[in-house]
Design a protein around this ligand. Structure first.
Ligand SMILES: Cc1cc2nc3c(=O)[nH]c(=O)nc-3n(C[C@H](O)[C@H](O)[C@H](O)COP(=O)(O)OP(=O)(O)OC[C@H]3O[C@@H](n4cnc5c(N)ncnc54)[C@H](O)[C@@H]3O)c2cc1C
Length: 420
């Protein structure tokens, strides 16, 4: 088949490699001049099957109210966006009940576990260098009630094969000794360790995997914005119209992250997608490396992740409902850094004035918190988006599922929950 993939983020780039490996003729189109230059550029780097639950948990509203008005709040909503996206928000809240959240969390955990193992295989098979570390992730808690909630969430997906260990404070510090330097270590009550999880640099992976795909015959058309899809609701889609001309194909996969609606809406499809802005800072560690955590960390209190990528430390977090605005807000950038380093005061002191690279990106989040993968009601038009806070984790499995559906094959896991 001749397949056009729109979007060279981690989902589109991995899909391009998968389809090329299967012998298809693939044209990967992106408006950016390089691959992974939007949300897949500097994400948290974590491959976290153990942390795959959608964000709209039943306790979300209570948390949101607690954070209201705080300068360091993990969540921020621009009031005008409430008016702009009421349909999405209502449906997002409608999925925050116990039963729906549980079933969506299980769907995500199934895909995440499958995807992470598949990604490890792809990296081994292709030799793509992306600073992979198959280290367990530690999720830290400062109070017993939150730890108990974390254990309940882990227990709810344990039967799917996601193993976890509950560690007390001393065991946690033994696993990650840099935590012992923390003023906060007195507050730390324990952690949950997820042995299957790991971390790697999504940008390096995208660059490497796109190159491998190109070597096998995929065409990369970068710096080439897609203006619209070619076709209509009745006749189906048979290519795309770009700023540099037409590209035809037997099928088109829209993997344009948060921007998919701009492309599919003219054909009458409205996807339940909202961009959720997040920030990261990447700091070269230099001679402070021994003070930085070795294991990837999820700080449950501050809703921040810390990930060691080679000789750099990436700190990522925050969730803002503020439309498609990716401007860097200096206060939010500083807050991510401060919150990330709060448990590591000696590291914070050593890193001192090293500014690091600040970045923001838009998580393509669906109302259910599960991704949209596979065919649409419009012939020839497929989707690969909606991975929200889990796009790097899902990339390899999502690519396989979408490729299976393009070929009309049954997938290794049940694809029902991700259907459009
Ligand atoms: C702060 C932060 C931390 C995160 N941490 C993690 C983490 O630790 N682990 C994890 O699993 N996930 C994480 N994520 C989520 C993950 O980064 C995203 O889910 C993932 O990057 C989405 O990938 P994508 O390919 O769908 O979209 P993108 O990476 O946004 O790619 C979409 C591509 O489509 C292109 N495009 C859009 N419109 C057009 C058009 N009209 N024509 C041509 N090209 C177009 C864009 O240029 C872009 O390259 C994080 C996200 C953020 C913001």
């Amino acid at each position: 088949m001749r397949i056009v993939v729109v979007g060279a983020g981690v989902i589109g780039a991995t899909l391009t490699w998968e389809l090329t490996e299967r012998g298809h003729q693939v044209i990967l189109v992106d408006r950016a001049k390089e691959v992974a230059h939007e949300t897949s550029y500097a994400n948290g780097g974590q491959l976290h099957a153990g942390h795959a639950a959608p964000w709209n948990s039943p306790g979300m509203l209570t948390d949101a109210l607690r954070w209201l008005g705080r300068a360091d709040s993990p969540l921020r909503i621009r009031p005008e966006r409430l008016l702009g996206a009421p349909w999405w928000l209502m449906r997002f809240l409608a999925n925050a009940n116990k039963a729906r959240h549980r079933s969506n969390a299980r769907a995500n955990a199934t895909l995440a576990l499958y995807s992470v193992q598949r990604l490890y295989d792809i990296i081994e098979h292709t030799g793509v260098e992306c600073q992979l570390r198959r280290s367990s992730i530690l999720k830290l808690f400062d109070d017993r009630a939150s730890l108990q909630r974390g254990i309940a969430a882990a227990q709810a997906v344990k039967d799917l094969g996601i193993r976890y260990n509950v560690l007390d404070r001393a065991q946690t510090i033994a696993r990650e000794p840099t935590l012992s330097t923390s003023n906060d270590s007195g507050k730390l009550v324990g952690s949950i360790e997820y042995p299957e999880d790991g971390c790697a640099d999504a940008l390096m992976f995208c660059q490497g995997i796109a190159k491998k795909a190109a070597q096998k015959g995929a065409e990369l058309r970068l710096g080439n914005p897609v203006i619209r899809l070619r076709g209509d609701q009745r006749q189906g889609v048979a290519g795309v119209v770009t700023e540099h001309g037409l590209i035809d194909g037997d099928a088109v996969v829209v993997a344009a992250g948060s921007h998919c609606n701009q492309l599919v809406q003219p054909l009458g499809l409205r996807l339940p997608l909202e961009p959720i802005k997040g920030y990261s800072v990447t700091i070269p560690l230099g001679d402070a490396a021994e003070l930085a955590p070795n294991k990837p960390i999820i700080d449950d209190v501050r809703k921040i992740v810390l990930t060691r990528l080679g000789d750099r430390l990436r700190i990522a977090g925050k969730a803002e409902i503020s439309g498609f605005d990716t401007r860097l807000n200096p206060d939010r950038c500083n807050s991510v850094r401060e919150q990330g380093l709060a448990r590591f005061p000696r590291l914070a002191e050593r890193l001192g004035s090293i500014p690091g690279e600040h970045w923001s990106g838009l998580r393509p989040m669906t109302c259910k918190g599960t991704p949209l993968l596979g065919p649409t009601p419009i012939r020839g038009l497929h989707l690969a988006t909606g991975a929200g806070h889990l796009g790097w984790t899902f990339a390899a499995g999502a690519a396989e599922l979408v490729a299976d559906q393009l070929e009309g094959k049954k997938s290794a896991i049940y694809t029902g929950p991700y259907q459009v």
